[in-house]
Design a protein around this ligand. Structure first.
Ligand SMILES: [Fe+2]
Length: 293
């Protein structure tokens, strides 16, 4: 089974930019890339910070853009989201009995659990007793299936101190629930705006870059300042099999040369030579296609 993981769209009101970038343009480019190259994916996870300031008009732009996505999607809450505004624009979005944006989605490869870690008035993550009780109950209900949990705030410290200071605050309580279940296969995080993988409590996790602006890899700077960067956006292409889970980071907006590594491309000593090789390869490809035809 293939799924796609997007995070931290940070959409703003149309016509506005964020850190001199256009989040809506990036999101539309991601959708076009997914529709073209990954239309066989079963689900697109979007793990929070859907918009930058919780603005209703940004959620309306999100809904409008999602109309062109050819694959079912699951929206989650982040610290930049506004629950009431999100729910007013997406009234069909499932919620738990307490109004949190938490729900389970069945797929052919198992069940995905979307958690709502947003905390009113804070950028740090919260899983209050009500949300944890819902998680416990949901895990019990799906104990016979493979489980994948999607939460905006990571449980781990990444070494980027500002982001570490606003990670999930209730990690111990979350760990106590998770430890009771041996069918949790992977955690999907957002929030840090960087490509990161690792494991926590013996469970693998992956964290995608933002679709708009990134956090720079700076492990020295103190927690008072957050270093930004214009590294390119990426989304995750996740292949889930019975015995394995593979996460590809797809830098879909990065313009780069693409060539086959056989033939003379390795011996090119300049971009001009390499471009010439690429042209020859494309000509070969065309001739092969014509022959096959
Ligand atoms: Fe974010």
């Amino acid at each position: 089974m293939k799924i796609i993981h997007l995070t931290d769209l940070h959409l703003v009101a149309p016509t506005r930019k964020l850190f001199a970038l256009d989040p809506l343009e990036h999101f539309k480019a991601a959708i076009a890339s997914i529709n073209l190259n990954h239309f066989d994916a079963e689900l697109v996870l979007i793990s929070g910070d859907l918009v930058d300031q919780g603005e209703t008009e940004a959620y309306i732009a999100l809904k409008e853009a999602l109309k062109s996505l050819k694959i079912p999607y699951a929206l989650g809450m982040g610290n930049h989201d506004n629950r009431a505004h999100l729910q007013s624009v997406f009234p069909e979005l499932p919620q738990d009995d307490n109004g949190f944006v938490q729900y389970a989605i069945k797929t052919s490869g198992g069940t995905f659990i979307m958690l709502d870690t947003a905390k009113e008035g804070s950028h740090a993550g919260e899983l209050c007793t009500k949300r944890l009780a819902w998680l416990s109950h949901t895990l019990e209900k799906h104990s016979d299936q493979d489980i994948f949990i999607v939460l905006h705030h990571p449980t781990v410290e990444t070494g980027i101190r500002f982001m570490d200071s606003i990670k999930l605050q209730d990690v111990e309580a979350f760990a106590n629930i998770v430890k009771k279940h041996n069918n949790i296969r992977h955690l999907f995080f957002g929030h840090v705006h960087r490509p990161i993988t690792g494991n926590w409590q013996g469970i693998s996790f992956s964290l995608m870059p933002s679709l708009n602006h990134q956090v720079a890899l700076n492990l020295e700077i103190d927690a008072k300042r957050l270093p930004g960067s214009h590294e390119p956006p990426a989304y995750g292409v996740v292949i889930i099999e019975e015995q394995s889970l593979v996460v590809h980071f797809n830098y879909f907006m990065q313009e780069t040369r693409k060539y086959f590594m056989h033939g003379n491309s390795a011996s090119a000593q300049s971009f001009a030579q390499l471009d010439h090789e690429i042209e020859l390869q494309q000509r070969d490809d065309l001739q092969q296609t014509m022959k096959d035809y």
